[in-house]
Design a protein. Structure first.
Lengths: 280, 326
């Protein structure tokens, strides 16, 4: 028996397994550190004023009301416009165009859009909408976010429809239901939880998006619900305030960061719960 | 209902016409939505191309190889930004790939079954944190700590070693290329570990059991059986993460320092394509300035497209194989 060989193999095994343990600890440590700072620094700035007062000038107190309103308006519009397109396109891929050339190309392109740098989507919307309107606007911000919503919803819808057993479709068709009825009342219904998961994930995704808003919605120091004018949003306010030299602004930036992070994490956890309920 | 179904197509009744019309409208709508995705994609490329044209016409290919970035004389070259993008992404990959795979190994092999889900979810939550949060955390928490405690020590430690002393040189600013790469690596970590874990789980248990049966250690099973089997998937996941890293804006912009210069030291401030666009776009005056920023965006699009397309092709091939096996 070659004892030194055994010892060596045992040593490498122990070393690499400890390294993988260390890797997991490394990942968890960052998560704890980031969430910990967020809670510690963000909670200090949390107060009812955050939701009722406008973003202040340096040196005076204020809240984030205009930014919260702007984010809500633009996110709602983006989801309202992007969800139907995403669901319908996902339906096309899974139900009609599974093996067609168009289906193949759309699937490929969609996966690129899903991970494409979001700042480029900002540039795209700037070129198309901001330049033709002549100024920054809430519409442009919502459009940029919509371009991010569509691929997320499309991807999850297609995946969820693909796992619906064909037997269900065949049974419905055998009863004489036309294709559109089969899709609407059988496959969509079977995949409902999954599709809702996709929508939640898309909301989570756009809630934190900053880059595409910088040169579309631009930002606004005042209360404004006019979609034809520049509009404030939480991520963009965080970006501006954190880059400023003012302490008050930093505090507000942290409070805003806490708000969006917990919104996003709550949405992802909710989506996950829905998904696990579906699979169980 | 049954009657209508029986007569559908064979006897033309008003009802069957209505059904046929609804059917074709629904199909048409879903087709239109799918085509809309294509239009967005083509529009994205076209608008970047048109916006970039003045800069491409003025500077030609030299745009990509010159380092000058002078808004006053309107002379622009993207080299410093391109360099920063490539270096930060490469460094982030150097950290994130082994750590990401390590986490996946931990989750599939070492972790007690009851902790698997919670730890898996916790790691995936890292992917859910918006990138701007990484940015401000890096700027306000990590950079000051790094500057005060780790950086001087690193500069000292490598100060006498040739080559490395240039890489870890300079005054400790806290922010810089190194900090940006580290923050970036934490951001892309979950992508790599999630994909790797999923692929590891597709390895047939029979293969692993056979390897254990001939006396392999856990590590040998991972290294010689699981990893070779899962290679395509792991590389595909890594490419996906690289695509993210190349285009990431907010996490980098805060901590890289925004200096248009190429420095041998990783501790020096630099910039990336996306950071330059984010910082300068709204303040850019002059058509050529704007166009140069868009031209950089176009270049970024081209490289991320290549990386993401490769990732997709690899992952698709894997899906087909997994689908064929079952």
């Amino acid at each position: 028996v070659n004892r030194s060989l055994y010892a060596r193999r045992k040593f490498w095994n122990g070393l690499f397994l400890s390294l993988s343990l260390a890797a997991a600890a490394f990942g968890l440590a960052w998560l704890t550190l980031i969430l910990g700072t967020l809670v510690a620094d963000g909670a200090a700035g949390l107060s009812p004023k955050l939701f009722t007062e406008m973003t202040p000038a340096p040196g005076s107190t204020g809240g984030l009301a205009n930014a919260i309103a702007g984010s809500l308006i633009m996110n709602t519009l983006a989801v309202a416009a992007g969800t139907p397109i995403g669901i319908m396109a996902g339906t096309y891929l899974a139900e009609y165009g599974r093996h067609t050339r168009v289906g193949f190309v759309v699937r490929f392109v969609n996966d690129i859009l899903l991970s494409a740098p979001s700042i480029l989507i900002g540039l795209f919307v700037y070129e198309v909408i901001v330049l033709s309107m002549g100024h920054f606007s809430g519409w442009a911000g919502a459009a940029a976010l919509m371009v991010i919503v569509i691929p997320v919803v499309l991807r999850t819808t297609e995946n969820m429809l693909l796992v619906v057993p064909n037997g269900l479709r065949e049974a419905a068709s055998a009863l004489g239901a036309p294709r559109s009825l089969v899709i609407r009342s059988v496959t969509w219904r079977a995949a409902r939880a999954g599709i809702i998961t996709g929508v939640l994930l898309s909301i989570a995704r756009i809630s934190g998006e900053t880059a595409p808003l910088l040169f579309t919605a631009f930002g606004n120091q005042f209360w404004s619900t006019n979609l034809n004018a520049p509009m404030a949003s939480l991520p963009q306010i965080i970006f501006n305030f954190a880059n400023s030299p003012y302490e008050d602004w930093h505090r507000l930036a942290w409070a805003g960061a806490l708000l969006i992070t917990f919104t996003v994490l709550a949405l992802s956890v909710l989506a996950r719960v829905l998904e696990s309920r579906r699979s169980s | 209902m049954v009657d209508a179904a029986l007569t559908y197509r064979s006897v033309a009744t008003p009802r069957s016409f209505r059904i046929a019309r609804t059917d074709s409208i629904f199909r048409g709508l879903s087709y239109a939505a799918a085509v809309a995705v294509l239009i967005i994609f083509v529009g994205l490329i076209a608008s970047l191309g048109i916006g970039a044209w003045p800069a491409i016409k003025t500077f030609g290919p030299a745009f990509l190889t010159t380092q000058t970035w002078n808004p006053v004389t309107e002379h622009f070259g993207a080299l410093a930004s391109i360099y920063g993008t490539l270096v930060t992404s490469a460094l982030a990959m150097v950290v994130a790939v082994p750590v990401g795979i390590g986490i996946a190994i931990f989750l599939t092999e070492l972790c007690p079954r009851s902790l698997r889900r919670p730890i898996g979810i916790a790691i995936e939550l890292l992917a859910g944190i918006p990138s701007i949060i990484y940015g401000i955390w890096g700027l306000f928490v990590f950079a000051p700590y790094f500057q005060a405690h780790l950086q001087p020590w690193l500069i000292d430690a490598f100060g006498d070693i040739p080559l490395l002393k240039n890489v870890f040189a300079g005054p400790p600013y806290g922010i810089g290329v190194f900090t940006a790469s580290l923050i970036l690596s934490v951001m892309i970590l979950p992508f790599i570990s999630a994909v790797s874990r999923d692929v590891f789980e597709t390895v047939p248990p029979m293969l692993k059991e056979a390897a254990y049966g001939v006396g392999c250690t856990t590590w040998e099973v991972m290294w010689r059986v699981v990893l070779p089997f899962a290679r395509t998937g792991v590389v595909g996941g890594a490419m996906l993460a690289l695509g993210r890293a190349l285009g990431e804006t907010m996490a980098v912009t805060f901590v890289i320092g925004n200096a248009h210069k190429i420095s041998t030291s990783l501790f020096a401030p630099g910039t990336t394509i996306s950071a330059t666009i984010a910082n300068e776009f709204t303040e850019a005056v002059g058509d050529l300035y704007l166009s140069s920023l868009i031209a950089m965006g176009l270049f970024l699009f081209v490289i991320t497209f290549i990386v993401l397309a490769t990732a997709q092709i690899m992952l698709r091939a894997l899906e087909r194989r997994a689908g064929g096996a079952t």
